[in-house]
Design a protein around this ligand. Structure first.
Ligand code: BEZ
Length: 240
């Protein structure tokens, strides 16, 4: 159960977000790996968007951008939209948020679709009062007092935060890295494997330090290549 940080009465049409219990109200919660992403509700279209209802059961790429109708942000939204099939293939979906108004977002989406020839079919949430984006540590005052940084979360189907990254206002993100990390998490979760630096799907994985070499030999047999006690490569299964 979370604590309701912002009462409905304070702002009848605004966003609400629940932070985990166990945090005193005078301490600021900062999202960290392994945390359950807080539930939040925010006006969307003619209704309300409820984050946990929408996200649970899927991999989610939740990302903020600084401002609509700017060059880098336009390319980032187009890049995510162009990879819609790649997300769906992984059981993943995208969600964007910013402090732009919903009206500005709608006009901007139409322009992105026109220029880049894509369909933007994931939600862009509007948080003009900055309630959700500030609790989720998407505004960094030394970067900009009002605009979001380019923050990205990968959230797993049980709503846990599995990756966090932050880019400055003037550098756009590479969406291929988001897909690579989702692939790496899916390939290594719950099996004592880890993905080495630069890993791409089809490359060998490695055995986690948590699993001894004898146990790894028992489990993986001839696919295991032991270089030393801590560098143990697992060749991918042969495909014909
Ligand atoms: C951009 O997306 O191009 C951008 C947005 C805010 C500040 C600087 C650049």
């Amino acid at each position: 159960m979370g604590m309701s940080l912002f009462g409905q009465n304070a702002s009848p049409n605004g966003a609400t977000i629940e932070v985990p219990t166990g945090f005193a109200t005078h301490l600021r919660w900062i999202p960290r790996l392994g945390d359950i992403f807080p539930n939040f509700s925010i006006p969307y279209g003619d209704g309300e968007f409820h984050f946990h209802d929408w996200a649970e059961g899927s991999w989610v790429y939740f990302f903020s951008h600084p401002q609509a109708e700017t060059p880098v942000c336009s390319t980032e939204i187009a890049d995510v939209a162009a990879h819609g099939d790649e997300l769906a293939r992984r059981g993943a979906k995208a969600l964007n948020i910013s402090t732009d108004s919903a009206e500005v977002q709608q006009a901007w989406i139409a322009e992105i679709e026109r220029i880049f020839g894509v369909t933007v079919d994931f939600p862009l949430l509007s948080d003009p009062e900055g309630r959700v984006v500030s609790v989720c540590d998407m505004v960094h005052p030394h970067e900009d007092a009002l605009l979001c940084v380019r923050k990205g979360f990968i959230i797993d189907p049980s709503l846990r935060i599995r990756m966090i990254f932050e880019y400055p206002l003037n550098v756009g993100r590479d969406f291929e890295e988001v897909l690579r990390v989702i692939d790496a998490l899916r390939a290594t979760d719950h099996n004592d494997l880890v993905a080495p630096g630069g890993w791409m799907p089809g490359d060998p994985l490695m055995v986690s330090p948590a699993l001894g070499t004898a146990a790894a030999r028992d489990r993986f047999g001839a696919r295991l290549r032991v270089l030393n006690p801590y560098m143990r490569l697992l060749q991918p299964p042969r495909t014909r």
